[in-house]
Ligand binder design. Sequence first.
Ligand code: BES
Ligand code: ZN
Length: 631
Amino acid sequence: MRLSALVLVLALGLAACAARTPSLKSQPANPARAAVLSPLERDIHSFALPNVARVTHVDLDLTADFTESRLHGTATLTFAAVAGASEIILDVKGLDTFRATDAAGHNLDISLGEAEKNLGQPLRIALPAQGDSIVIHYATRPDSLALQWLSPAQTLGKQHPFLFSQGQAILTRTWIPTQDSPGIRQTYSARITIPQELRAVMSAEQLSSPEGEPAAPGQKAYRFVMPRPVPPYLIALAIGDLAFMPIGDRAGVYAEPGLVQAAAAEFADLPRMMSAAEALYGPYRWGRYDVLVLPPSFPFGGMENPRLTFATPTVIAGDKSLVSLVAHELAHSWSGNLVTNATWSDFWLNEGFTTYFENRIMEATFGPAQAAMLANLGYQDLAQTIADLGGEGAPDTRLKIDLAGRDPDDGLTDIAYEKGAAFLRAMEKSVGRARWDAYLRSYFDRFAFQPMTTEGFLADVQTNLFANQAFDFAAWAYQPGVPAGGEPPPSDALDKAAQEARAFAAGHPAAKLHTEGWATQQWLRFLDTLPKTISKKQLVDLDTTFQFSQRGNSEILFAWFKVAIAQRYEPAFPALEHFLISQGRRKFVRPLYAALMAQDGWGPPLARRIYGTARPGYHSVTSGAVDALVR
Ligand code: BES
Ligand code: ZN
């Protein structure tokens, strides 16, 4: 009965969709634009059928239990459904879902479907006879892939535990039962109950005072609201011993008390970066922009959770040299958070646009020479990525990639970031900066708070910018390899660094090299240019002259350790071991283990020994990736 009703509804939905959007209760403001996916083209990484019944709002009432490493409580979902729909399908993975009720507390039928690799399970809930909300009573499990529960020892202060979430790409379903697809935008609100001595923050507006509100003995609560619809991967929570420092009147930084001052100094240019971004592509639409600096196990450099970027502490170099990472996450406030990839196959729309926009923010804030260095380092990484993926013809070097049966993480390569950015640079060069910038500005205005597909973007840019001009869009978007035309401007500073590296390789002593006043990015180019053939004696000379193993800059350390491993330069190994144990950023950790595993004889045992110590400290995102390498 229920099934046949669903089939009928689906058929109606499909018929309706052929002509127009199926009529949902509480229609989005602009249905013609918002209906990007027809039921036929549903997101392959979600079980949801949003054109039958879709979640529009999530209200969380959760308690954080640090003893059991669980969040437990309720998620109240508001939905919109076509007439006659009998159930709503959610995504869940590893959740304990106890029961569901309507708003009045009457039980609703719920059933879990079969698990699929990567995706988790569909959770089907019968729609209530009355009202448009359902209440799900649930708890997360200690091994929830999105959540990392840190012991006090894993924090800087060593006194208090810490919890943070990481939703992108499809991990939100491991802590919130909802429709976990980037095309299904939802507003959200939350009440989070936590131990008295901690503080909770979310990617939303804080309704409670910094001290929180009274709750059960020994506990307090924080309330939040995100009034703009966001894709569920952007719902984020962190709880810990957090201090706050403002940076100007609409930015600031949260961090453990021992780090908050250094963090505020590192990100002091944030107000200028925000103004630069707004001058380019329109108003910042999220109110405040704060950065939360996490404990060192945070698996990414940064994560663009709205109003509250999550960042690795390894970005705090002490000299602002790595702040382009914050420019990147800030840029996502437009590309990604405002206009969002409709599916994970369109991921390049998030990251390629953001990498391009990041560089424009850096150029406007710190000048063209600085921006050129950064753009060139990125573009150089692209060549290496293409080689690693199997060369110019490899299918995964396409911008729109086929993720059927795969984890969206497989698309998380430099192709999305750097080929995507190069595509945008090529379009910019083709029409000129003034017209390009005017187009991008209007693009963000016209598609604000909506999902976007590769096809949707191509159609829009062809109509509005390239109506009278030829451009090979198909080659960029759908074919492997990298067409010409998207190269970044040259960087004299990097060329000099490469020249010094070649001089050193040719026998010049380190002390005679011209390295005065070098930027971090020049050191990176220098280290990446050193040939594989340099001798151990030369490495000793380098290390004693430039003290690479003792550097505090995480990017320089990373580049140095790659050289040290390739040459089996053992004096650097204690520092390497410390680096791998003391932080868990996947971008640093995975390649270093891979490099060790590729060394004959001595490498794998060293990798296994270090990983044995380091693994318990890593987030699942990092240990999952390293497990596949170190065995
Ligand atoms: N949104 C990404 C991180 C991400 C992507 C997490 C896909 C999970 C799945 C974020 O904006 C990002 O790109 N971070 C980079 C830093 C950036 C400067 C390139 C990172 O973490 O290294
Ligand atoms: Zn990004």
